[in-house]
Design a protein around this ligand. Structure first.
Ligand SMILES: Nc1ncnc2c1ncn2[C@@H]1O[C@H](COP(=O)(O)OP(=O)(O)OP(=O)(O)O)[C@@H](O)[C@H]1O
Length: 530
């Protein structure tokens, strides 16, 4: 019998008083895709960091790679010699360098070659890309690629880096920032990789359907312990949810999924608390729409359709834009709008990339969450530190930021808990308009229900919410209305009975055919209906 790709046992890791991993055992058979799931903060990244030599585990942990015992902690970089490579969420590409340079630089350095022939390197990179059926120019700077192409380049680079041993490719939430159409390509590469029976893949994701569709087995961590390892073919999303959050919370999540959040009260006196007129940018073709008080308006489309550019434009962070934004009676010109002006008008922006734009990693959670209200805590000349501490503690409790330790550095929180802290930071200001991009990306199933509920309550308090997302389930659950964009135009508006996952996915996938002008082909749903 072939030895497993890796076998970890007795793995514990303590940070100060906190036990991030507690006697974990993980075995990944050769030639399989293995899922690693768990709530935010359950220990997934810590486990990966032990495997890549970033963290030293507590004494007693053992690691076998292809049946051979390996000493822990691993020295820096040693994981590569064991045939292990990893793709982190931020992809780790250098945008100014070409695709070939990004893909081959590590190998060049590893081989310690004095002279690198870039013509040869481009040819080799081109071969790798073509082998996986990708039409990407190896000479193109990475900055010019689409999100999907960038993610695939990072993944193929990691595949190349596996070297001759080809033991284990670790994908840490690879689809979080990947547009929908990119995930199919990604999983095709994964299937190709494990097909030869020797290489394995460890997939970390919060998307339960995706994990069940593409893995052979799944290990679930809860509070740093293994809650269970199950065969993917014999379990379902409900079974996984129960392992992830425990039976009680799973029942609450199920109830939430069945009933959905209560629809926010519809505005009585007319729509249009927020009016956007002739919003124009390099990607937006002069679109106009309005959002009522208490309404959640979704924006979606394919990557590059312009839907992701709307929110930064309404916050003065969208570069070259023009058009007008009216919030109640306050009129703002988008060409001269700045983030501070937007904020002063009651417009807050919760960005998609919270690691980059959401907070200051080195500062405490306390400082991060109180930033927008700091000037109100104390006098003009002196900050009231007790009030600041009290407010931070209240926020962390109300938004369930875990672990409850407001003095901890923001950057050491797990991804989902960072998102909760960013939401706490902005929603405490009682905004009139909330601009939210992909609010539940990378957050676990329990926290997702929490965020949905939070959005509903914020809308009920009278805010107008704009939600840009590529997650149809989320849009159908939380929004009152959704606009679908294609090539900078609004091509469809869905609400009521039409606002469900099937219709949304149909409209988005066929969105370019819905552009103004003649429509030669019916959409898939229309074909089915006829
Ligand atoms: N460098 C560190 N210093 C202190 N505590 C840490 C550090 N890294 C992680 N932790 C803590 O260890 C626990 C596990 O965190 P980890 O990042 O492994 O969770 P995760 O399962 O990857 O979460 P997510 O799904 O949100 O990314 C968390 O409570 C986290 O705050």
């Amino acid at each position: 019998m072939t030895a497993p790709a890796i076998r970890l046992s007795g793995l514990s890791k303590t940070f100060g008083a906190q036990r991030a991993l507690d006697d974990v055992t993980l075995e990944i058979p050769a030639g399989t895709v293995h899922g690693l799931l768990g709530e935010n903060g359950s220990g997934k990244s810590t486990l990966i960091k032990v495997l890549t030599g970033v963290h030293e585990p507590d004494p007693g942990a053992r690691l076998e790679v292809r049946g051979r015992e390996v000493d822990l902690p691993l020295p820096p970089g040693a994981f590569r010699d064991l045939g292990i490579s990893v793709v982190h969420q931020d992809l780790g590409l250098l945008p100014d360098l070409s695709v070939a340079e990004n893909m081959r630089i590590a190998q060049g350095i590893a081989a310690r070659r004095a002279v690198v022939s870039w013509r040869t390197e481009r040819r080799l990179a081109g071969q790798t890309l073509r082998r996986h059926g990708l039409d990407i120019d190896p000479a193109a700077p990475v900055a010019t690629l689409s999100d999907t192409e960038r993610a695939l380049v990072a993944i193929l680079r990691a595949v190349d880096e596996l070297g001759e041993h080809r033991t284990l490719l670790i994908l840490d939430e690879p689809t979080v920032f990947l547009p929908r159409e990119g995930t199919d390509l990604l999983f095709r590469v994964v299937a190709d990789l494990v097909a030869d029976g020797s290489t394995s893949v460890l997939l970390v994701s919060h998307d339960l359907t995706e994990v069940l569709d593409h893995t052979h087995a799944v290990t679930v961590l809860r509070d740093g312990r293994v809650a269970g390892t199950v065969e993917s073919a014999t379990t379902d999303p409900a079974g996984l949810t129960e392992l992830i959050v425990g039976a009680d919370l799973a029942a609450a999540v199920r109830r939430h999924a069945v009933s959905g959040p209560a629809a926010p009260e519809r505005p009585v006196a007319g729509r249009g608390r927020v009016q956007v007129a002739a919003l124009t940018s390099p990607r937006l073709a002069g679109i106009s729409f309005d959002v009522a008080r208490g309404e959640v308006l979704g924006l979606t489309g394919l990557a590059g359709s312009g839907y992701a550019e709307v929110l930064p434009a309404l916050y003065g962070a969208g570069g070259k834009v023009s058009g007008d934004l009216l919030v109640d009676r306050d009129a703002l010109q988008l060409s001269t709008l700045t983030p501070s002006r937007a904020l002063a008008t009651g417009v807050v922006h919760v960005p998609a990339d919270r690691r980059r734009d959401g907070g200051i990693a080195e500062e405490s959670v306390e400082r991060n969450v109180t930033m927008p209200v700091m000037t109100t805590l104390g006098t003009r000349f002196r900050l009231d530190r007790t009030a600041l501490r009290r407010r931070a503690a209240e926020l962390c409790r109300a938004y369930d930021v875990r672990p409850f330790d407001p003095g901890k550095a923001f950057g050491t929180l797990s991804g989902g808990n960072q998102q909760k802290a960013v939401l706490a930071k902005w929603l405490q200001t009682d905004p009139r308009v909330v601009l939210l991009a992909e609010p539940t990306q990378g957050i676990d199933v329990g926290a997702k229900a929490f965020v949905f509920d939070l959005l509903r309550r914020t809308a009920e308090r009278g805010a107008s919410i704009l939600l840009a997302s590529s997650d149809y389930e989320q849009l159908a659950t939380v929004c009152d209305r959704v606009l679908v964009l294609a090539r900078g135009h609004v091509v469809a508006e869905l609400s009521g009975a039409d606002l469900n996952q099937a219709v949304l996915s149909d409209r988005v996938l066929s969105s370019t055919r819905l552009l103004p002008g003649p429509r030669p082909h019916p959409t898939a749903l229309e074909r089915e209906a006829s």
